[in-house]
Write a protein that binds this ligand. Structure first.
Ligand SMILES: Cc1cc2nc3c(=O)[nH]c(=O)nc-3n(C[C@H](O)[C@H](O)[C@H](O)COP(=O)(O)OP(=O)(O)OC[C@H]3O[C@@H](n4cnc5c(N)ncnc54)[C@H](O)[C@@H]3O)c2cc1C
Length: 487
């Protein structure tokens, strides 16, 4: 073993960073990210964080109800209650830590509306809330002497032993193994399992794959959210998101004929929950034989649009679309994972000492469909919980880890091209907004075949290999659930 820590946190998105900040100074922790610290889904979050900060015009009851309606009442109620009632103090805490939320003239936080919310309760930093959170938290984490940070450090294996874990990493081509009593997986989503996604390049489901390989319970991986309004750029795998908040501020959704259609499918129109709007787009697409859809906010004053959505404005301009005068081409794509590594309200998985939080976890708060801006809140509440529980246990006792398993060499055969693309094509075709049950069995078998090739051959441990293996594991679980009718 190269070094022993009390806690190892895999991931430096909002989840990993906030967990690290909630560990007291007598707990030493390693915080790792497989690429640069800021490359994550957290950094991409635009709209904001949902929290009841004004109990005169809003209430916990309303936020809970909105979350349950969006989740089709398939949510875990005690997790939702924890999210909604504890979340506001975490939001205020990150504001104290330096997150620059937009403020009203009287110093209160600006609150906007998003689809599915019955009240204005989304606090934000313009349209780049995630970046504001990540940047501020990184600054504070760097000042903490008990936290060792390693970026560009790929975790490729995690072994459970008697009283902890051995976490194997590759950094600068060199393999090392670190021990810890407790491990928190904060590895984010699975977007890269799809051909088109709003997710960052790191979103390959690695944490879910490690947990699965250790035998942890994985739940509802087929509960995937497809966002209705990603910028429709054919050439890009990573599709730029046109935030819900744009519709919240009055943008309308048009079909190829320039006609509004969302309310033909649901009375809430453009402000219905995401799955409903995505469904409406795909059904309208079948009806009109066209994939051309647009979001139109040109009726709003140009200055308002530029000031409220500076990042979206700039990013669309790079694609040749001036959103103050042009309609924005949009189409649904993979956006978020509601399922994941199953955890209890302490954020602990079915494996003792293994914790998971954020997008890689399944707390049950989102049910069948996440309410907009509830995921950053979930990341904060459940990562703080994990940090508190790990601290409590470490203060009671620090047990010797147990024998380190034999380590396999990382050298091996080069990975042939094409495994990942094949899986992405399969998922995009079989399990998108309107899934195709008739293809479930065949698609599952194809992915299982790829997975067995990946694990039976001696491939070199590179990021390509680790990510291909994770993608194959995640895809096979999704398709198995689909095939078996579990959702
Ligand atoms: C475009 C976009 C907009 C969004 N907007 C909002 C919004 O407005 N409000 C909201 O609430 N939610 C939003 N979301 C969702 C939200 O951003 C994410 O669910 C949340 O930030 C996930 O945080 P996380 O910390 O769990 O994961 P991430 O932020 O994705 O972080 C994952 C971390 O794990 C690390 N990692 C992964 N695998 C390994 C490995 N093998 N070895 C080492 N490190 C590893 C990565 O390097 C990274 O640091 C948005 C998501 C996207 C994609």
């Amino acid at each position: 073993m190269d070094k022993k820590f009390d806690v190892i946190i895999v991931g430096t998105g909002a989840t990993g960073l906030y967990a690290a900040l909630n560990l007291p100074e007598d707990i030493n922790a390693l915080l790792v990210s497989k690429k640069e610290l800021t490359l994550s889904n957290s950094s991409l979050a635009q709209g904001g964080v949902a929290a009841v900060l004004d109990t005169v015009h809003d209430s916990y009851k309303l936020h809970i109800t909105d979350t349950l309606i969006a989740g089709k009442y398939k949510n875990t109620l005690d997790a939702v209650e924890k999210l909604v009632t504890e979340g506001p103090s975490d939001v205020l805490n990150i504001k104290e830590l330096g997150v620059d939320f937009d403020l009203n003239e009287d110093g209160t936080m600006c609150k906007t509306l998003e689809a599915g919310h019955s009240r204005h309760r989304i606090v934000h930093h313009k349209d780049s809330t995630g970046k504001a959170i990540v940047d501020a938290l990184i600054e504070v984490v760097k000042t903490r002497k008990n936290i060792t940070i390693l970026d560009n450090c790929l975790v490729y294996a995690i072994d459970k032993v008697l009283n902890g874990f051995y976490v194997s990493v590759v950094k600068d081509g060199e393999s090392k193994t670190y021990g810890c009593n407790f491990c928190l997986l904060a590895t984010g989503g699975i977007g890269r399992v799809y051909k088109y996604t709003t997710n960052s390049a790191i979103a390959t489901g690695d944490g879910i794959a490690f947990a699965y390989m250790m035998g942890a319970k994985i739940k509802h991986l087929s509960r995937i959210q497809f966002h209705p309004t990603a910028f429709a750029a054919e050439k890009d795998r990573e599709r730029f998101l046109i935030s819900e908040a744009v519709r919240g501020e009055g943008a309308v959704l048009l079909n190829c004929e320039g006609r509004r259609f969302a309310s033909d499918y649901d009375s809430r129109g453009e402000l219905a929950p995401r799955d409903v709007v995505s469904n409406a787009v795909i059904r309208e697409s079948i009806k009109t034989h066209s994939e051309k859809f647009y979001l139109d906010i040109t009726h709003k004053p140009a200055e308002f649009v530029k000031n409220r959505f500076p990042m979206i404005y700039e990013r669309c301009l790079e694609e040749g679309v001036d959103i103050t005068v042009d309609k924005i081409p949009v189409f649904p794509c993979q956006h978020y994972l509601m399922g994941g590594i199953d955890v209890d309200t302490n954020s602990e998985t079915s494996i003792e000492g293994l914790f998971a939080a954020g997008e890689c976890s399944h707390t049950g708060v989102h049910g069948a469909n996440r309410l907009a801006s509830n995921s950053l809140l979930e990341a904060l509440v459940f990562s703080r919980t994990a940090a508190n529980v790990m601290t409590e246990r470490l203060r009671k006792e620090r047990k010797p880890l147990g024998r380190q398993p034999l380590k396999k060499p990382i050298e091996g055969k080069a990975l042939p091209h094409g495994y990942r693309s094949q899986i992405r094509e399969i998922l995009q075709d079989t399990y998108f907004v309107l899934p195709k049950p008739e293809k479930a069995e065949e698609s599952y078998n194809k992915v299982e075949q790829i997975l067995s090739e990946l694990v039976s051959d001696d491939f070199a441990v590179t990021s390509d290999y680790v990510e291909a293996r994770s993608i194959a594991i995640v895809a096979s679980i999704i398709l198995e659930e689909f095939k078996e009718g579990i959702k």
